[in-house]
Write a protein that binds this ligand. Structure first.
Ligand SMILES: [Zn+2]
Length: 216
């Protein structure tokens, strides 16, 4: 079996002394996992996290880990060198993709959003860009936030809270009696982190360290 696509190399772990186990977020097949042979000893064209390239994945059986052939085009982190905050946000996005997306399920919209994020991380509004990306991630994972209307009474005015249970906005009046149990608007990275922690908990896993390191 052979699968080909374009993708972003989001995770690379040594496997033995020469090889690595890699995760590539592909356009056509979502996250794919496989071995990159001789990646640790490669003198040229060495695979590195944040490379964007073309990938071909081969396995004798569909259920096997499989082997990647990786042709990197460019490295998205090059433009972010010297901006530690931007690199931190990029690493967090990659860690969340690698950890939370099920393997070989297509997420074309989030793939496009992730490429866009890497462009936007260069600029001064990188926190907003990252917050937008995490909102899209939550939506893709079935935790879509609906912040335009009160989930209780339907008003568009005085929206002050978010319900941790439904991800919907709640207006000042409806939310007042439950305020200690609600998250506050406007949306911040602290709030999206709490939703992501809920997802991690249902998956029996921890929030990735790269995400923990991000300051709101
Ligand atoms: Zn209301």
């Amino acid at each position: 079996m052979q699968l080909e696509s374009v993708g972003i190399l989001v995770n690379l772990h040594p496997f033995g002394e020469r090889d690595s186990v890699a995760r590539v977020f592909t356009y056509d097949y979502g996250v794919m996992c496989g071995i990159m042979r001789a990646s640790q000893i490669a003198r040229k064209n060495r695979p590195l996290v944040a490379q964007i390239g073309t990938v071909s994945w081969n396995a004798r059986l569909d259920s096997q880990l499989g082997t990647f052939h990786w042709e990197s085009g460019r490295n998205a982190s090059t433009a972010l060198m010297g901006i530690p905050d931007a690199l931190g946000l990029m690493n967090s996005a990659f860690a969340l993709v690698a950890k939370l997306l099920p393997e070989r399920e297509q997420y074309k919209h989030l793939y496009t959003e992730t490429l866009q994020l890497m462009e936007n991380l260069i600029g001064p509004t990188r926190i907003d860009a990252y917050l937008h990306w995490e909102s899209e991630l939550l939506r893709e994972l079935g935790y879509g936030l609906n912040l335009g209307v009160c989930g209780s009474c339907g008003t568009h005015d005085n929206l002050a809270y978010i319900s941790p249970r439904t991800g919907r906005a709640i207006c000042e009046q409806c939310g007042a009696p439950y305020a200690p149990r609600l998250y506050k608007l406007p949306l911040t990275l602290d709030t999206t982190r709490r939703f992501i922690e809920q997802i991690c908990m249902t998956m029996g896993t921890d929030l990735p360290i790269a995400r923990k390191l991000i300051k709101n």
